[in-house]
Write a protein that binds this ligand. Sequence first.
Ligand code: CIR
Length: 252
Amino acid sequence: MPKAIVRAVSPRMAECELTHLERQPIRVPVAEKQHEEYMDALRILGCELLHAEELPFYPDSVFVEDCAIVLDELAIIARPGAESRRGEVHSVAELLEPLMPLFYIESPGLLDGGDVLRIGKEIWVGISGRTNRAAIQQMREIVEPKGYTVEEVELTDCLHLKSAVTQVAENTLLLNPDWVDPDIFEGFDIIETHPDEPGAANALLINGTVIFSSEFPITGLWLAEEGIELYFVDNSEVIKAEGGVTCCSVVF
Ligand code: CIR
């Protein structure tokens, strides 16, 4: 049974970090209700939820994905690129500690989990405003002995690699070609996001079903037409905070 680490929405979510988006009012009670529904989706799709300690003073703390990269045999505790978020990782490390060996990204490395796309033994890491080469080098030293490959992907127009590309089926990726070059992912079938829905590439595949935002209906229709099984969630408030469906859990 997959496990999913989650964390409650901070009452200060409206003060979140924003890089590519204009600030819009975030309705915290709505965000809380949407997060409940997102956690229901995880449970319905078969995940056991592990709740990380609430961090009310960290506006972005619901975005647990950025705190850790969990592989089959070990976990890497990230060092978030935004200073305001660096204190979020310890409580996620506490949950993982009894389950597997932990490795920590150390200064000068900076790494957000949202920049890490892992499919089997292949790992792609975005070099973004949040993740640097020093962290990727550290990551290589941790995972290559276990048989993983690590490839760097330069990003300029989006927050994280997984803003631009995620896995939606065993050999299929959902990708925004304006934000990441599809040629990097040779051998995979690619479904492109609709041009009017640039943020739609962030989807969360669990047990053959994709959790997908109802904010992106046209891309959703395209996925359905390709035979992808979808579970829609309304995550309007998370999207205003520059998050998406992968960001609010660490599934392993
Ligand atoms: C941030 O800028 O860090 C948050 N407002 C959004 C983080 C989203 N996380 C993710 O995509 N993994």
